[in-house]
Write a protein that binds this ligand. Structure first.
Ligand code: HEC
Ligand code: HEC
Length: 282
């Protein structure tokens, strides 16, 4: 679709203005974390997103400075929250007198879980935040953590970090199919006064500049992500919310069924890329 045209009609050319002249695709840099873990930041697009040809991690669209922060755990600002979560993992809380470690021993036991997430269990899309809060409230008799809290996002990051480097491999058929279809429909729905879908920006225009931002494919393999602008770890749903708000639309809530279905769909568009958590973005 012709984005300039659509925006022109809306009379909002200045509000968004995507510059095709400044096209610069992903760079050629290689991401090797701590000089040891080789990350897959580029892969053939999975069969269900053939239109992309190749999928790229958002890391490939960032400046050298931002890239460098993620490449080394000592410079990665997200690691503070991850370290705090590692301590919280063995901290006893709640009326049952238990910590995560009482039942799960070591967080490394969760290695291999992140690539398959989100997944459908008992007819519902389950994301990490659900698993963690269900354990906190049912198993620990402790209070649920707020979705966007540092505690919650730090714990999600810690658990996903155990699988860092492993390729994303989300299931899209079977029980997952109806949720995946719903997420896909959302991805191609035009929202807001600007009438823009996720695909208009992240599929049709990745590589282009939008204001001062280099548009990526909007992959979520690095979430929760440390955003320099917000100076904290950001959840997938918080990022979705921000993007939908930018189209001047009403948006869904963190933890809503809509965002869970969208998370499942968007995660599957990254099947083949390494889990990069915690990524660093602008
Ligand atoms: C009283 C025991 C208990 C405590 C305490 C507990 N859990 Fe669990 N947790 C379980 C059980 C049982 C399951 C479901 C079986 C399984 O998958 O391991 C589970 C499942 C999970 C899963 C999903 C695993 C999967 O493979 O699907 C995650 C993630 C998790 N717990 C994280 C945590 C975290 C983080 C904490 C601390 C905040 C915690 N749990 C505290 C017992 C516990
Ligand atoms: C008006 C254009 C626009 C629309 C529409 C849009 N986004 Fe974005 N999105 C951006 C920009 C700009 C960024 C920051 C640069 C980047 O990472 O691509 C971004 C970033 C992201 C990121 C972070 C990527 C990373 O590597 O950390 C995700 C995920 C994302 N968008 C998902 C979505 C989803 C899902 C939708 C639809 C609900 C959507 N976006 C709609 C412009 C848009």
């Amino acid at each position: 679709m012709n984005l300039q045209y659509a925006l022109g009609i809306a009379g909002l050319t200045l509000a968004v203005g995507i510059g095709t002249a400044a096209f610069a695709g992903p760079d050629e840099d290689k991401l090797v974390i701590n000089d040891v873990i080789e990350m897959i930041t580029e892969a053939p697009a999975p069969e269900h997103v053939k239109q992309l040809g190749t999928i790229y991690s958002g890391w490939r669209f960032r400046t050298d400075d931002t890239q460098a922060l993620e490449a080394d755990d000592f410079s990665n600002p997200a690691m503070l929250a991850v370290d705090a979560a590692a301590e919280a993992f063995s901290k006893v809380e709640g009326e049952a007198g238990k910590s995560c470690a009482s039942c799960h021993e070591d967080v490394s036991k969760f290695k291999g879980l992140a690539p398959s997430m989100p997944k459908v269990v008992d007819g519902k899309v389950v994301v990490f935040e659900d698993m963690i809060n269900s354990c906190r409230t049912n198993n620990m008799k402790a209070e649920a953590w707020k979705w966007n809290s540092d505690e919650m996002q730090g714990m999600v990051a810690l658990i996903k970090n155990q699988s860092r480097g492993m390729p994303v491999n989300v299931t899209i058929d079977g029980d997952a199919k109806p949720f995946w279809e719903k997420g896909k429909e959302m991805y191609y729905t035009r929202y807001g006064q600007l009438e823009l879908s996720c695909a208009n920006c992240h599929e049709d225009n990745y590589g282009n500049m939008i204001r001062a931002d280099h548009l990526s494919q909007g992959q979520i393999n690095g979430f929760p992500t440390y955003r320099l602008k917000q100076a904290k770890l950001i959840s997938v749903h918080n990022r979705f919310k921000g993007c939908i708000r930018d189209t001047r639309a009403e948006t869904f809530k963190e933890g809503s069924d809509e965002f869970k279905a969208l998370e499942l769909y968007v995660a599957s568009r990254g099947n083949g890329l390494s889990v990069e958590t915690p990524a660093v973005r602008q």
